[in-house]
Design a protein around this ligand. Structure first.
Ligand code: NAD
Ligand code: UDP
Length: 307
C-alpha cells in the first residue's frame, strides 16, 4: 500500500505515520507546517518507505497512491481562528483537491472530520444521525462549517463518481506531541500545572468533553480505513468529564500548587460533548481501551520531558 497522509507532521498525522511505517507500508507525508513540526516525523526521514513533501492542500497535486488519509487542517480553536478564511479554504479546497486526486488514481480516502459538525448539541450523547446545531456565522464556523462542507463533498464524490470514502468524526483527542501552546485544554492544563501557574478555566467549568487517548484514536482510524463502512462514524471515548473535573484531576496528579482561575467562556463553546459509539463498536469492532488516568500519565511524561 502506498499511503498519502496529509497533515502528517501534525499531532494525529505523525502518530498515524508511525503506525503505518511499523507495518512496512509506503508513506508520503504531506504538510505545509502551519501547526505541524518536522521533528514529529524526523525519525522516518531517510527510510526507503518514507517520503516528505512540503505542500499546501489548497493547491492541487498529482501523486500515485492507493490510500489518502486526509488530516490536513488546524484543529485547535486558537490556530483555526487565527486565519479563519485560510481554515475555510483548507477545509473546502483541501478536501476538494484530495477527492479529485482520489478519483483520478482510484484511491480510497479517509476524511478526518470532527464532533464539531454537531456544534453546540441539543441531544446528548451525539449519534451519527444527529444533524447538529452549528452557528454558521460565529467564530468557530470556519472550522465547523468547513468540516461540514468537507463531509458533503465526500458524499457527493461517492454518489457521482463512486469514490471510496471513509468519514471519521473525531472527538477530543489528546496525547504526546500536542503542541504546548496551541490552547487545547489538556495541554494547557498540564503545562500550567507543571509550572505552578494558574489553571485557566473558561466559564464556570461545567461544560463537558470526552477525551480519547491518541493510540485508541489511531486504532479507530485504521479500522475504519480497512473496513467496508463509509461512515460518518464517531471515533472517541465516551467517558465524559466537566472541565472543572479535568482541572482537578491534572492538579492532583501533578501535586501542583496551581490555583484555578476563571476566564470568560468563548463564543459558541459547546456546553456538552460525548460520542455515542455503538456504530464504531459494531461496524468496526473498535472500542477505546485507555482511560483518562492512564492517558494523562503518558501525556504528562511527554510534557515533563519536553519542558
Ligand atoms: P494538528 O494541527 O496537530 O495537525 C494538522 C496538520 O495539518 C499540521 O501538521 C498542519 O501543519 C497541517 N496543515 C494545516 N493546514 C494545511 C494545509 N493547508 N496544507 C497542508 N497541511 C496543512 O491537528 P491534529 O489534532 O493532528 O488534527 C488532525 C486532523 O484531525 C484535523 O483535520 C482535525 O480537524 C481533525 N480532528 C482532530 C481532533 C483532535 O482532538 N485532535 C478532533 C477532531 C478532529
Ligand atoms: N478550555 C478551558 N481552558 C483552557 C482551554 C480550554 O476551560 O485553557 C475549555 C474550552 O472552553 C472548552 C474545553 O475546554 O470548553 C475544550 O477546549 P479545547 O480547545 O481543548 O477543545 P474544543 O473546544 O475544540 O472541544
Amino acid at each position: 500500500m502506498r499511503n498519502l497522509v496529509t497533515g502528517g507532521a501534525g499531532f494525529l498525522g505523525s502518530h498515524l505515520i508511525d503506525r503505518l511505517m511499523k507495518t512496512d507500508q509506503e508513506v508520503i507525508c504531506l504538510d505545509n507546517y502551519f501547526t505541524g513540526k518536522k521533528s514529529n516525523i524526523r525519525k522516518w526521514i531517510g527510510n526507503k518507505n518514507f517520503e516528505l513533501i512540503r505542500h499546501d492542500v489548497t493547491y492541487p497535486i498529482q501523486l500515485e497512491i492507493d490510500r489518502i488519509w486526509h488530516l490536513a487542517c488546524p484543529a485547535s480553536p486558537v490556530h483555526y481562528q487565527s486565519n479563519p478564511i485560510k481554515t475555510a479554504k483548507t477545509s473546502f479546497l483541501g478536501t476538494y483537491n484530495m477527492l479529485g486526486l482520489a478519483r483520478r488514481v482510484g484511491a480510497r480516502i479517509l476524511l478526518a472530520s470532527t464532533s464539531e459538525v454537531y456544534g453546540d448539541p441539543e441531544i446528548h450523547p451525539q449519534h451519527e444521525e444527529y444533524k447538529g446545531s452549528v452557528n454558521p456565522i460565529g467564530i468557530r464556523s470556519c472550522y465547523d462549517e468547513g468540516k461540514r462542507i468537507a463531509e458533503s463533498l465526500c458524499f457527493d464524490y461517492q454518489r457521482m463518481h463512486n469514490t471510496e470514502i471513509r468519514v471519521a468524526r473525531i472527538f477530543n483527542t489528546y496525547g504526546p506531541r500536542m503542541v504546548p501552546d496551541d490552547g487545547r485544554v489538556v495541554s494547557n492544563f498540564i503545562v500550567q500545572a507543571l509550572s505552578n501557574s494558574p489553571i485557566t478555566i473558561y466559564g464556570d467549568g461545567s461544560q463537558t468533553r470526552s477525551f480519547c487517548y491518541v493510540d485508541d484514536l489511531i486504532d479507530g482510524l485504521i479500522s475504519l480505513m480497512n473496513s467496508k463502512e463509509c461512515g460518518p462514524i464517531n471515533i472517541g471515548n465516551p467517558n465524559e468529564f466537566t472541565i472543572k473535573e479535568l482541572a482537578d484531576i491534572v492538579v492532583n496528579k501533578l501535586n501542583s500548587k496551581s490555583k484555578l482561575t476563571h476566564l470568560p467562556l468563548p463564543q459558541d463553546d459547546p456546553l456538552q460533548r460525548k460520542p455515542f459509539i455503538e456504530k464504531a463498536k459494531t461496524k468496526l469492532n473498535w472500542d477505546p481501551k485507555i482511560n483518562l488516568e492512564i492517558g494523562l500519565e503518558k501525556t504528562i511524561d511527554y510534557f515533563k520531558e519536553m519542558i
